[in-house]
Design a protein around this ligand. Structure first.
Ligand SMILES: Nc1ncnc2c1ncn2[C@@H]1O[C@H](COP(=O)(O)OP(=O)(O)OP(=O)(O)O)[C@@H](O)[C@H]1O
Ligand SMILES: [Mg+2]
Length: 355
């Protein structure tokens, strides 16, 4: 059987297609021999097979979406730990960038799990070894002295943003990495809560979507996230005491808005993430009902699509891949995730792609 040859836009060459998977009802992933990949429209494919590569290779974008001038920024917050904030942030970032949205992922957690998931643990270890700047410098506002510059230099966000992250170096996915030293910010937080927002404003025109992964505890970093966000996305794990963090979050956002009446900040929705296999039993169902009733009290939207339990999510973090590209990931798992992404984009008024 002869190999399927299509043009990879990243390389600008006609190359063998080594893998194809359905991505959504009207799109599919295509991976080329060079390792690059693309999301292509299957509708276009039906009508004009030869034009797939030219039309659909990784959607590199340099201009904002029509009618949009600045990124929509969304923080993933739940004061409860282990609910899937980082997992969803990583997968949303991959999926958004695959759909052609210029995406900036911001790791605002000293645990730095998002940095590891998007860079791979090996590349993240190298970043630490090479003493590359991280989000810590955004909060400190200066780069420490180096051999080249013996005195501290004023911070420049462009030098912190890592371009083309992810296993397959997706052109439109960028990252502000974190490191454990960010926790020092918590020891001396005075006057730092607006610094992230101020820095992001400088690059907001360069992106369509900014996703901020937050730590599970409330601190100055939570305030920094609120200042930098238009929306909050709340992942919830359906289990006993699932609602426990929700009143705390409601109060925290209310207090923030009382003190910052000029800021628009809304919860765009609660998403159920089944991060353990036992959440589908009666206890899980009960907690889902409780979360719905708590959400109703506050007028919060609950997304229809649940992110189901799948070991592929942990594997995706290890491999630094979108869920659909993760080895042995089931097709229905990735299709369902894309379904959630479409709902999420609608909730934040973001056009889902650039076609
Ligand atoms: N849908 C899922 N299916 C299976 N495992 C999942 C799923 N979502 C998350 N996990 C796993 O659950 C664990 C916790 O997820 P994650 O680190 O994303 O949570 P978190 O809310 O960011 O945690 P923290 O509060 O510590 O930052 C991880 O091991 C992750 O791989
Ligand atoms: Mg996390």
């Amino acid at each position: 059987m002869s190999a399927l040859i299509k043009e990879c836009k990243e390389c600008g060459k006609a190359l063998e297609v080594v893998h194809e998977t359905e991505f959504s009802d009207s799109e599919k992933f295509v991976q080329y021999k060079c390792g690059h990949f693309a999301v292509v429209s299957t509708l276009e494919a039906t009508g004009a097979p030869e034009s797939i590569a030219a039309e659909g290779a990784v959607r590199e974008r340099t201009a904002p979406l029509q009618g949009e001038t600045m990124a929509v920024s969304v923080s993933l917050i739940n004061m409860k730990g282990g609910v899937g904030k980082t997992t969803l942030a990583a997968q949303l970032a991959h999926t958004a960038s695959l759909k052609g949205l210029r995406t900036l992922a911001v790791d605002l957690d000293p645990q730095a799990n998002l940095s590891q998931a998007l860079l791979s643990p090996e590349k993240y270890a190298k970043l630490l070894r090479d003493r590359k700047p991280t989000i810590v410098q955004l909060f400190e506002q200066y780069f420490p002295p180096t051999d080249e510059y013996p005195s501290p230099q004023p911070v420049d966000i462009d030098k912190i943003i890592l371009k083309q992250v992810g296993h397959h170096t997706i052109a439109t996915l960028h990252l502000i990495p974190s490191r454990l030293e960010l926790s020092h910010t918590l020891k001396n937080p005075f006057g730092k809560e607006r610094r992230l927002a101020k820095s992001l404003t400088k690059v907001a025109d360069d992106y369509d979507l900014i996703l901020i992964d937050c730590a599970p505890t409330e601190s100055i970093l939570t305030d920094a996230a609120y200042h930098a966000s238009r929306y909050v996305l709340v992942p919830v794990k359906p289990e006993y005491l699932a609602t426990i963090g929700l009143p705390l979050l409601a109060r925290s956002i209310r207090e923030f808005k009382d003190e910052n009446s000029d800021r628009e900040l809304d919860i765009c929705g609660i998403v159920f993430n089944h991060s353990s296999s036992y959440s589908s039993g009666p206890e899980g169902e009960r907690s889902i009902r409780e979360v719905h009733s708590e959400a109703k009290k506050h007028g919060w939207h609950v997304f229809n699509t649940h992110v189901r339990y799948s070991r592929s999510y942990a594997k995706a973090a290890r491999e630094g891949t979108p869920i659909a590209w993760t080895s042995y990931a089931r097709w229905d798992v990735s299709k369902e995730f894309v379904g959630f992404v479409d709902e999420f984009f609608a909730a934040i008024n973001l056009s889902k792609g650039t076609t």
